[in-house]
Design a protein around this ligand. Structure first.
Ligand code: SF4
Length: 161
């Protein structure tokens, strides 16, 4: 299990990671980011995501043949064609086991299994990434509308096919 610690996460997110790690006894590898330009997200978010997120995922996947993620089709237009099993941009097998789950499926699973969630969800944040690039959704029908608000950017690049 891998978590990419960009250095920009909300404290609530890091607390949730720790809670989940303890709850499930996870063998969790924290990918911490080497020192980088603190303002890069302001001036060049594309390169910030590349260096901070995608670069760390590349590092985590070195020597691996396959990986899994919780990507879902209903999260965004850009994710509508997410396959259950496919290949990523590196040629690795990528499994998205809950790609066809609806928001209701997720909420039901959380309730049935008492899954810990990020408390920011209860404050209206429906998609949570790095703090400088995450706001409350501006469009109630688009959970990711608070991400990189005011920019063309909609994805960080780690789920590129
Ligand atoms: S989401 Fe923002 S702060 Fe996080 S890596 Fe991307 S540009 Fe940088």
């Amino acid at each position: 299990m891998v978590f990419i610690d960009t250095g920009y996460h909300f404290p609530e997110t890091l607390d949730t990671v720790e809670l989940v790690r303890k709850r499930y006894g996870l063998n969790l590898r924290m990918m911490t980011v080497p020192h980088h330009d603190e303002e890069l997200w302001k001036v060049d978010p594309e390169n910030c995501c590349s260096a901070v997120k995608v670069g760390q995922l590349d590092r985590a996947l070195q020597g691996k043949l396959a990986w899994m993620s919780g990507l879902r089709r209903s999260e965004a237009e850009t994710r509508k064609a997410t396959p259950i099993v496919g290949r990523d941009i590196r040629g690795l097998v990528k499994v998205n086991p809950i790609a066809n789950w609806s928001d209701e499926d997720v909420a039901g699973y959380i309730a049935d299994h008492d899954v810990p969630v990020n408390p920011l969800l209860l404050k209206g944040y429906l998609s949570i990434g790095c703090e400088p690039c995450t706001e409350l959704p501006t469009d109630p029908n688009d959970p990711r509308s608070g991400r990189w608000s005011g920019r063309d950017k909609t994805e960080c690049g780690i789920h590129e096919f």
